[in-house]
Design a protein. Structure first.
Length: 134
């Protein structure tokens, strides 16, 4: 799955990432960090807490991604045991948003083709910052 979203990221020049939904505690939210939200980056051995006002994805346990989706956490990373995932594609301006919409559709199609599963496309924004995790 990581190879698939990385190929889409490169094809459309938009950031992509993925998180294991079973490891998300509560809902997945997008917003400004209060500061000091726990965050163990991929490959790190120590906590690198979020900075105040940094844009992060977070749940009840702390930061899931920092610097938007640039730095991902070990806690929620995709593994070979992942059964349910949220895949993230970001855009910060209208030109990127156009490419992101195309990338989301291609990623959705590739996931169906390769894994035989279908998901839904949701949009997190400043006015709709929460993805309810079931």
């Amino acid at each position: 799955m990581v190879d698939i979203y990385n190929s889409v990221s490169l094809s459309y020049a938009v950031p992509c990432g993925g998180e294991d939904l079973a490891k998300i505690v509560g809902d997945l939210c997008l917003g400004r960090a209060q500061g000091n939200e726990s965050f163990f980056p991929l490959g790190a051995e120590s906590d690198a807490p979020a900075l105040a006002d940094e844009i992060i994805y977070f749940d009840e346990q702390g930061a899931v991604c920092r610097c938007l989706n640039w730095r991902e956490a070990q806690r929620t990373m995709l593994t070979e045991e992942t059964k349910d995932a949220v895949l993230v594609i970001e855009a910060i301006n209208e030109e990127q948003a156009s490419r992101a919409r195309e990338a989301m559709l291609e990623l959705h199609t590739k996931i169906e083709e390769y894994f035989g599963v279908s998901g839904k496309i949701s949009h997190l924004t400043a006015t709709n910052p929460i993805l309810e995790v079931e």
